[in-house]
Write a protein that binds this ligand. Structure first.
Ligand code: G1P
Length: 288
């Protein structure tokens, strides 16, 4: 079965970016000139996803507007013959009914957010993308993972090696390399202190999950930070089905973190010839 649906948990408050996120969803923070969420949506669509499921919350109106037509803006751009901008603005809006919204009315954690999408996903494997994890890659990371899924037909998540002292920021897996870069997961734990971490292989916000996960998430057991954690439900899933960690090809930026967000802006700006020319000498001057 093909992976056609992708869940985007976007109900978070974005407190780490206050006051910027007081009235603006954190997913709308721009990297260069595109909001973070648009990168993740484009990655999903480029990977063959046909339905985007936003699990949203209050105060996310700007995000819904972003993925909708803005007739007044389009008319003005047309009149001013700003063809490129008009095209850029129009291309954001996916085809009718491609985006579905549901709400997570209580902030009970990532696992709970995904559970909120159960009826829309139904009984088929699906993807989850956490927009905070922005990935620069030649081949979209989700596309890489869907290819691997076609081979393994099992739940999987993207993984990277992190410095041991940072394990308490991630889900960490214990695994054995089954194929080049693909690890069969033996156990996983959410945000362990370095001394308790089974490895330095951290889970990054791209998952492909089998629908069995919903039954386990439905138990609503609270884990790290008092939240319903996806990692805990995946640990339980391990008792029934194999799970794999996939070392993707690409560079990941943690846009949920101030320094990571700034680094993403610099890295993506340097990829743009028009900006690079000005930015590079400016950066060199700042550093010296
Ligand atoms: C979530 C997951 C965690 C994962 C991380 C990746 O944590 O719970 O397992 O490693 O995303 O970004 P969060 O960053 O939402 O606290």
């Amino acid at each position: 079965m093909r992976i056609k649906k992708a869940v985007f948990p976007i109900a978070g408050l974005g407190t780490r970016f206050l006051p910027a996120t007081k009235a603006m969803p954190k997913e709308m923070l721009p990297v260069v000139d595109k909001p973070i969420i648009q990168y993740a949506v484009e990655e999903a669509l480029a990977s063959g996803i046909e339905q985007i499921i936003f699990v949203t919350g209050s105060g996310k109106g700007a995000l819904e507007d972003h993925f909708d037509t803005n007739l007044r803006l389009e008319k003005t751009l047309e009149e001013r013959k700003k063809t490129d901008l008009l095209q850029a603005v129009k291309s954001i809006v996916p085809s009718a009914s491609c985006i579905v919204y549901t709400r997570q009315s209580e902030p009970l954690g990532l696992g709970h957010a995904i559970w909120c999408a159960r009826d829309i996903v139904g009984d088929e494997p699906f993807a989850v993308l956490l927009a905070d994890d922005l990935i620069q890659s030649e081949v979209p990371v989700l596309y890489q993972m869907i290819n691997e899924f076609d081979r393994l037909r099992a739940s999987m998540m993207a993984i990277v090696e992190v410095p041991k002292e940072e394990t308490s920021r991630y889900g960490i897996i214990e695994g054995e390399e089954a194929f080049n870069g693909t690890f069969q997961v033996k156990s996983m734990v959410e945000k362990p202190e370095p001394e308790n971490a089974p490895s330095n292989l951290a889970v990054i916000g791209r998952y492909i999950l089998t629908p069995k996960i919903f039954k386990l998430l439905g138990k609503k057991q609270k884990g790290a930070g008092g939240e319903i954690q996806l990692t805990d439900a995946m640990s339980a899933l391990l008792e029934e089905q194999p799970i794999f960690g996939y070392k993707f090809k690409g560079r990941r930026f943690d846009c949920g973190d101030k320094a990571g967000f700034q680094m993403a802006n610099i890295a993506f700006s340097l990829e743009r010839p028009d900006i690079r020319e000005q930015l590079l000498p400016g950066l060199k001057k700042l550093i010296n």
